[in-house]
Design a protein around this ligand. Structure first.
Ligand SMILES: [Zn+2]
Length: 120
């Protein structure tokens, strides 16, 4: 099932129009789900990382994120890790490790959030 959910995140990644910054995210609690991708960089003021976007969109749509699992095509940055922690997401699965952001994984671990590099 992890691969299936990661595939949904990858589909979102491919929707991002700026090919340099393609990241996709998929959020699910096993019952409901939500997906999104990194916004285009054409409007820098509104650019959000995929994780920030999916969490803020969930808030706007009234979707509780507590207990959800997030599937992302790139491991989170520190800012997104903080959002993940505060939003009550319990599991983080990522496709690729962002080596510049490894501290973010330490933050997740310190908050008791399960994380795993998964998929191919
Ligand atoms: Zn981020």
């Amino acid at each position: 099932m992890t691969d299936t959910f990661m595939n949904f995140a990858i589909e979102q990644k491919e929707l991002a129009k700026n090919k340099r910054y393609q990241v996709g995210a998929y959020l699910t609690n096993g019952v409901s789900s939500h997906n999104t991708h990194l916004t285009e960089r054409e409007h820098p003021d509104t650019t959000q990382h995929a994780e920030a976007r999916i969490i803020s969109e969930s808030a706007r749509l009234g979707i509780a994120t507590q207990g959800h699992k997030i599937y992302i095509t790139l491991s989170p940055c520190v800012s997104c890790a903080k959002l993940i922690i505060q939003s009550g997401i319990t599991h983080v699965y990522y496709q690729e490790l962002d080596k510049k952001q490894e501290f973010a994984l330490e933050l997740l671990e310190s908050a008791g959030i399960y994380y795993e590099k998964s998929y191919k």
